[in-house]
Design a binder for this molecule. Structure first.
Ligand code: LMR
Length: 394
């Protein structure tokens, strides 16, 4: 029977990971998949994660199933981390999911169950897997303008004009912070304008927040999410713990569905449990338990926040240094946007041909849309990358 299968398009981020592994050059630079790396190129296990794992190892006496939505303590801890009381707790339904991608997938399925004809508005560009999952589920996608090729910032007027075409029953997918793949983000007053559009159109926001703590700080990065959730009757939030807790392979995420009032919450909660049961039954627990342990222990939480701040500071420094080096080499300010962008990524804003030239000639690996993982850089590779960028004529 399987001879009828059609081969599927390769995920460009994952294909790049493999190409990098296969490249024998020891001068190669990996700016591909969104994984934090320290100055030595390692993706370390965070101190608080190690300590929490030790506690769990010592105290856990059973691996019996949790519940269909995972351990409620994980939901409570994450709802507090992301929303910090911005909406009444009794309006928030939540379910643990396998990573942020699991939360995104479950959110799309929830939308499809509620409104089979819903259109999902996505930024142009967005994380390629958003598009891939939406296509797989047969959902209608509408692009809204986002990245301005000239300024490498947000095409804010274009974005608002496109979002204004949404209506009640549509969903507007927003990146809560650290936009992936561009690194270009809205400021506070621009977020206010987006809220106004949400209120005027009646469209439902879905916020993907996968990099909380990687941009301007834990609270700052959640500020837009909190404001939106408080300003509209219903909202979906897909949160990931992969990056800010560095527990990528543990697959730890949470989907939150905020209802207009406490009475409407139960149906959302039951539906999230139903969806988990259909797709994988019980969500993975180990990562969720690590996160819960850290967030509920004052000392571990403090240590985690400190290490996350260090990670954030490292990425900001790399941005500033790369922008500075490019300014020195090019004699122009045209790369200043790199220091303005936030999060792990920056879109360089060049053609796939130039990206290919960077790979072939200089062993620099970035996604074909010119998304660079800034955390893939270090003191030694910044000047090499800057010279390569100038050399290929970007
Ligand atoms: C990325 O965008 O590189 C990460 O979110 C990893 C992934 O799964 O694509």
């Amino acid at each position: 029977m399987f001879e009828t299968l059609q081969s599927q398009p390769a995920d460009k981020i994952l294909a790049l990971m493999q190409m990098y592994r296969d490249d024998p050059r020891d001068t190669k630079i990996d700016l591909g998949v969104g994984v934090y790396k320290d100055a030595t190129g390692l993706t370390p296990v965070m101190r608080a994660v190690k300590a929490a794992e030790q506690q769990i190892w010592q105290s856990q006496d059973s691996k019996v199933y949790t519940g269909l939505i995972g351990d409620p303590a994980f939901s409570d801890a994450m709802i507090e981390l992301v929303l910090a009381g911005a909406v009444p707790r009794d309006t928030v339904a939540a379910a643990a999911t396998p990573g942020g991608t699991g939360a995104v997938r479950q959110a799309f399925e929830l939308i499809q169950m509620a409104r089979p004809d819903a259109r999902v508005f996505v930024s142009d560009p967005t994380w390629p897997n958003h598009l891939s999952i939406l296509k797989y589920l047969g959902m209608e996608v509408v692009n809204y303008r986002y990245f301005d090729d000239e300024s490498r910032g947000v095409d804010f007027d274009g974005m608002i004009a496109d979002l204004s075409k949404a209506h009640a029953g549509d969903v507007i997918l927003l990146h809560g912070c650290c936009h992936n793949p561009t690194g270009a983000n809205l400021n506070a007053s621009e977020w206010d304008a987006v809220i106004k559009v949400l209120q005027e159109t009646g469209a439902t926001p879905m916020i993907d927040i996968a990099y909380q703590g990687f941009g301007d700080g834990l609270a700052e990065d959640a500020a837009a999410t909190r404001k939106i959730a408080a300003a509209v009757p219903e909202c979906l939030i897909a949160a990931s713990c992969s990056k800010n807790f560095g527990i990528y392979r543990e697959r730890t995420g949470l989907l939150m569905a905020i209802a207009a009032d406490p009475a409407a919450r139960k149906l959302n909660q039951d539906t999230l449990a139903f969806l988990n049961r259909q797709n994988y039954s019980f969500p993975p627990d180990h990562g969720a338990r690590i996160v819960t342990t850290i967030l509920n222990d004052a000392a571990l939480r403090e240590d985690w926040m400190q290490e996350l701040e260090d990670v954030r500071g490292t990425m900001l420094n790399l941005r500033t240094q790369l922008a500075g080096e490019l300014q020195r080499l090019s004699g122009s300010d045209r790369f200043g946007f790199l220091a303005q962008h936030r999060g792990m990524f920056s879109r360089l804003g060049t053609t796939p041909e130039k990206v290919e030239e960077l790979r072939a000639k200089h062993g620099v690996y970035m996604v074909s849309d010119s998304r660079m993982n800034i955390a893939g850089l270090n003191q030694q590779t910044i000047p090499i990358l800057a010279r390569a960028i100038i050399d290929v004529g970007i």
